[in-house]
Design a protein around this ligand. Structure first.
Ligand SMILES: [Zn+2]
Length: 68
């Protein structure tokens, strides 16, 4: 069993400056890294959760991809 944290994170495309908000939830385990998932994305972005807590974002407007 873990505890579930929810938070929002503002994002901005480094190229076209489109802004959006990620609604993130994170499950914390005592002996393993947190399990992060994206519940909702406000804005034209697609998000992929990478190993651990890194995320890869792709802008739906200009196609720019970056990590956060
Ligand atoms: Zn963009």
């Amino acid at each position: 069993m873990g505890t579930r944290d929810r938070f929002t994170s503002k994002v901005m495309c480094p190229k076209c400056k489109q802004e959006g908000v990620l609604h993130v939830s994170e499950e914390e385990y005592r002996f393993s890294p947190p399990n992060r998932s994206i519940d909702q994305v406000d804005g034209a972005f697609s998000v992929a959760v990478m190993r651990g807590v890194k995320m890869s974002l792709t802008c739906g407007k200009c196609g720019e991809t970056w990590e956060t």
